[in-house]
Design a binder for this molecule. Structure first.
Ligand code: ADP
Ligand code: X2W
Length: 286
């Protein structure tokens, strides 16, 4: 009996959150281990199904960096990253597009279908949703890597209005119509801002932002824009966490109300974050 009461309490605890978020857009950046482990993958999909069924409007923006690196190594190509961005020559661009817009994107659409949901997989190319300029890092050419210039929300809105769950691969177009590889964190951040999302959640492979990357207990639960910029300067925030944090900063500055970095290795971390009082991971505040 006790067990049932606890379950009922948990359900009731979610009520104010369901009321608060009903009809609101939530952007989920889906990447890291939660994309590779099949059980975790299904658990994330189920969390998003629940969000949709109780009236939220989820948009998934996915990564797939590990999967691209895996296929590159099969083709005897080395992966090279600068500040968390993949150096993308023409061949790498082809591989990235096949993996992101094809394999990863459609496997997520398929999983949604198996859960009885209507999902549409697009890349930033579809409907010219994501337009880019070529990105340079400290003046250095890193190939076909896009800096997002504009997000056209038309197609995303059409999909949401027709009750589809949009699933977006981080590939964009420049003015000439050439393809560009975009860091998925950048794509999620730009889409959240353009859609005036209520919430932006990054699912990743760490507990959140850590003061000491080797010590889980050093998790920072709440971080301000100023503090985050300081930690990047000091080198505490490094590698793949840099684009993530920069996106968080831009998003809170662009009025995305809540921005979180969560541990995608924890079963149902998304559900816990959205529907319970437990604040897990790192929240970015202005
Ligand atoms: N201060 C920090 N706190 C947490 N992670 C950090 C920090 N600095 C660097 N990192 C690294 O950033 C990684 C997350 O970025 P990334 O691997 O690109 O994630 P994803 O694949 O989910 O986009 C962590 O696994 C960690 O190795
Ligand atoms: C330019 C750039 O770095 N693009 C990324 C796109 C995928 C991605 O961002 O995947 P995760 O979020 O899983 O790391 C890449 O090629 O790896």
């Amino acid at each position: 009996m006790e067990e049932y009461i606890t379950k009922a309490k948990t359900l009731i605890e979610s009520l104010p959150y369901i009321q608060r978020f009903a009809g609101k857009t939530v952007v989920i950046k889906y990447g890291g281990s939660a994309m590779i482990d099949d059980d975790l993958k299904l658990s994330v999909i189920k969390d998003i199904v629940l969000m949709k069924l109780v009236g939220l409007k989820p948009i998934i923006v996915h990564g797939g960096g590990k999967e691209i690196s895996y296929w590159m190594s099969k083709l005897n190509k080395q992966s090279q990253f600068i500040d968390g961005f993949r150096v993308t020559d023409e061949e790498t661009m082809e591989i990235a597009e096949m993996i992101l817009s094809g394999k990863v994107n459609k496997s997520l659409v398929q999983l949604m279908f198996q859960q009885g949901m209507k999902a549409v997989g697009i890349s930033g190319k579809d409907g010219a949703t994501i337009k880019v300029n070529k990105k340079y890092i400290n003046g250095k050419d890193i190939g076909f890597v896009g800096d997002i210039k504009t997000v056209n929300t038309e197609l995303l809105n059409v999909l949401l209005e027709s009750d589809f769950i949009p699933i977006v691969a981080p590939i964009g177009l420049d003015d000439n119509g050439d393809s560009y590889n975009i860091n998925a964190d950048d794509a999620a951040g730009a889409i959240a801002s353009a859609m005036n999302a209520e919430k932006l959640v990054f699912l990743t492979d760490v507990e959140g932002v850590l003061l000491d990357p080797y010590d889980q207990r050093s998790l920072i639960s709440e971080i301000s824009v100023d503090k985050a910029e300081e930690l990047i300067q000091d080198g505490v925030i490094a590698g793949g966490m840099i684009p993530k944090i920069k996106c968080c900063i831009n998003s809170v500055k662009n009025n995305v109300t809540q921005v979180h970095i969560l541990d995608g290795r924890v079963d149902h971390s998304l559900l816990l974050e959205i529907f319970t009082e437990k604040g897990i991971g790192t929240m970015m505040v202005k």
